[in-house]
Design a protein around this ligand. Structure first.
Ligand code: GLA
Length: 389
């Protein structure tokens, strides 16, 4: 593979000639079911062929050195394999360090460090889970090197913990799950309340999944994300006063929610909870439609997901709204919505193959005219989860 040959050269320049092995860890795009994972609802993501490649060698001592070809200006970053805590100066290496740390705390202590070169074909910080891609990658490197015998789901959970406890983003499990458990040509219907999941074949006859990146400079998404999460938790606690057995918003039908919504005192929190409940049910309805080959209904529900994320959850912003609005106006677009946490990042659109060229042209022109800089496009193919190459 050309990319690995180039990486091997860089590896030798940075670390010398050692015996290396290679890995790939995908990014993910969520088709529907947004901001439902931490509300005990369903998500429907897939792993994509854009991701992170790694070339890895064992070291004898308890230090790791990591280098990203995408962030060459950060140089080689070094960290010990024990007693770690978040260190801003170590920048992106915190995602590796976080995984090492949660593994250690779970009793899976690394016996030595690694030299690692990574090269991502995935844009960073664009809502396509570049961080989960790196975290699950590190989990697999550790699991293989030290024969910890962890299943991919165990690794996924530890990778999420690294993001929550070490990096400090209170994310749900969707990203790490999609990255680790992805399957070529399939999306994953995951119940985040129980972690029950199944694969659903995505066989779009004459359409493709097109990801459009707002290219919005990195926003302060993580604090707003944590606020949404806290609002939903507070709303859930208020609903429990009348429905003590309720474990998560994802357990409610729309009707059941409407009956008890009045017990949430804050209007804003009622909106947040309504999104969580309706989006979960919408995701289930959408998957059922897709499995009956009713792509049109799936697309319509994608659009409704965007409305709800815009109006009730307030996580879209002018860039994502502009992308979605332009997409909706292009003939041949079956559906379009923001994907991931929001506040910037990407939209996901289902576009008829013969309309993709016009779609790109229209969206690029109108978005650039309104926002002042251009979007980027990726026609996604659905890939396998994190693996050794
Ligand atoms: C981010 C988080 C996920 C999920 C999405 C929104 O990607 O990491 O856990 O909550 O936002 O659906």
């Amino acid at each position: 593979m050309e990319i690995l040959d180039e990486m091997q050269k860089v590896f030798e320049e940075k670390f010398g000639a050692e015996k290396t092995r290679a890995y790939f860890s995908p990014g993910r795009v969520n088709l529907i079911g947004e901001h439902t994972d931490y509300n005990g609802g369903h998500v429907f993501p897939c792993a994509i062929s854009l991701g992170t490649y790694a070339v890895v060698a064992d070291r004898e001592d308890a230090v790791s050195r990591v280098y990203s070809m995408n962030l060459a200006d950060k140089g080689v970053i070094e960290f010990p394999m024990t007693g770690l805590s978040y260190d801003k100066a170590k920048d992106w290496a915190n995602y590796f360090m976080g995984v090492v740390d949660v593994f250690e705390k779970a009793g899976h202590k690394a016996g030595h460090g690694f030299d690692i070169v990574i090269n991502a074909t995935l844009p960073g910080g664009a809502g396509l889970s570049s961080s989960a891609s790196i975290e699950v990658l590190m989990a697999l490197v550790l699991n293989e090197a030290f024969d910890f015998g962890l299943s991919m789901i165990d690794m996924v959970k530890l990778a999420q913990k690294a993001e929550n406890a070490f990096v400090g983003v209170n994310c749900g499990i969707m990203d790490q799950f999609a990255v680790g458990m992805g399957k070529k040509d399939h999306a994953i219907l995951l119940d985040c309340n129980t972690l029950d999941y199944r694969y659903s074949k995505i066989a779009l006859k004459d359409a493709s999944i097109v990801i459009t990146n707002t290219n919005k400079p990195h926003s302060l998404g993580s604090s707003a994300y944590n606020v949404r999460r806290a609002q939903c938790e507070h709303a859930l606690n208020q609903l429990r006063e009348v429905k003590p057995e309720l474990r998560a918003l994802g357990e409610l039908s729309n009707e059941a929610y409407n009956k008890i919504a009045g017990h949430i005192t804050e209007q804003l929190e009622r909106q947040r909870a309504r999104h969580a409940v309706f989006e979960n049910n919408r995701a289930l309805e959408a998957v059922a439609a897709l499995e009956k080959d009713d792509v049109e209904t799936f697309g319509k529900l994608m659009n409704e997901s965007h409305f709800s994320l815009r109006d009730d959850y307030d996580v879209t912003g002018v860039e994502l709204d502009t992308l979605a609005e332009i997409a909706w106006s292009v003939p041949g677009v079956i559906g379009s919505r923001m994907t991931g946490a929001g506040f910037g990042g990407c939209t996901v659109s289902l576009v008829k193959n013969d309309a993709i060229a016009v779609f790109k042209k229209e969206v690029a022109e109108k978005y650039t005219a309104r926002i002042g800089y251009a979007p980027s496009f990726y026609v996604a193919s659905i890939a396998d989860g994190t693996h050794r190459i």
